[in-house]
Design a protein around this ligand. Structure first.
Ligand code: AHG
Ligand code: MN
Ligand code: MN
Length: 312
């Protein structure tokens, strides 16, 4: 057999070791580790179901839904047996559900499969997780203790933050999450932009902001998957992702609990910013599980520029 990606005679830093060295508390470490392991199961399901059926197009809708639900079930069941999670809230469920005995300290939010409409195209998709203490009906600033997302692409990568920086791991062929980028820091200003929604539905201030980015030479990078699109901003160390308020949907499309808060948590930990155009995403009060919000997220200069345009 050929050698794996890593030489284990050397000092490899895997996810568990990294969290231990960072001094993250034991239960949170274990929880993050268990979620990262679920990423392996979800990726196996993506491989299993993607092109399995003949007449792929006809069953396309059903199959996509199935994959969303399967991912949700795996996650929920795993967390129910973790011993650390009292409640689970997911994009796939109507409401927050009690999954523990009641005395556990964490609540987990999930977008189990983000970008599910991209599965047939073989573009990258992802899983987004938020970890809260006490209640999710608060601001993310008060309730969040960690966040992570997994990108299922040519490589499976995972970025987590437990309030001590944002760090990237790559799942290697031995099934180990190996540290690839420690303490990711966004630059003050980037060179890519990722604009959601249709131009005809944008508000005037948003349209002017995007025009400015185009005039300034920002490169368009939009796949239609929040995870790979935001991951590109993070890994390229800057730029902006936005899914704005639309004329007919003033709260935009993306969900605060399942998509926006976890990414805002990670991007802030990487020295970037995330706002709804006026207010930091982590300062927005959550009142319902399905709450949506416009989002401007990325490096500081572009987010500030967005705020300036939106205040006009
Ligand atoms: P999900 O697959 O979890 O429902 O999320 C889809 C989201 C997000 O991934 C992406 O940023 C956005 O939808 C894309 O929306 P448009 O197709 O309107 O661009
Ligand atoms: Mn999503
Ligand atoms: Mn989803």
């Amino acid at each position: 057999m050929g050698e794996g990606i890593n030489d284990y005679t050397k000092n490899i830093v895997d996810l568990r070791r990294h969290m231990w060295m960072a001094g993250i508390e034991l239960e949170l470490r274990r929880l993050i580790w268990q979620i990262a392991v679920v990423g392996k199961y979800i990726s196996a399901k993506i491989h299993e179901s993607n092109r399995k059926l003949a007449g792929f197009k006809n069953v396309y809708g059903e199959e996509q839904l199935a994959l969303d639900r399967v991912s949700d079930d795996i996650l929920k069941n795993k967390l129910a047996h973790s011993g650390f999670v009292s409640h689970y809230a997911s994009e796939e469920l109507e409401d927050i559900v009690a999954i523990g005995k009641g005395n556990e300290q964490y609540i987990v939010t999930a977008d189990p499969l983000d970008g599910s409409s991209l599965v047939d195209t073989n573009l990258a998709i992802g899983t987004i997780i938020g970890v809260h203490r006490k209640s999710i009906f608060d601001t993310g600033r008060n309730s969040m203790v960690a966040a992570l997302y997994i990108t299922y692409g040519p490589l499976i990568t995972m970025i987590y933050s437990a309030g001590k920086g944002a760090h990237e791991f790559v799942l290697d062929r031995e099934g180990e999450y190996v540290l690839s980028e420690e303490n990711i820091r966004l630059k003050e200003k980037g060179s890519i932009f990722s604009p959601g929604g249709l131009r005809k539905d944008w508000t005037d201030p948003h349209l002017k902001f995007i025009d400015k980015l185009e005039t300034d030479g920002y490169k368009l990078r939009y796949s239609g998957g929040f995870v790979p699109d935001i991951n590109q901003v993070i890994i390229k160390r800057g730029g902006i992702f936005t899914y704005p308020a639309l004329k007919k949907s003033p709260n935009g499309k993306l969900r605060l609990l399942f998509e926006l808060q976890p990414m805002a948590y990670i991007v802030e930990q990487a020295g970037g910013r995330a706002t709804d155009g006026k207010k930091d995403i982590l300062n927005v009060q959550v009142t319902s599980v399905n709450q949506r919000s416009p989002i401007y997220i990325g490096s500081a200069a572009e987010v500030a520029m967005a705020e300036q345009y939106l205040s006009q």
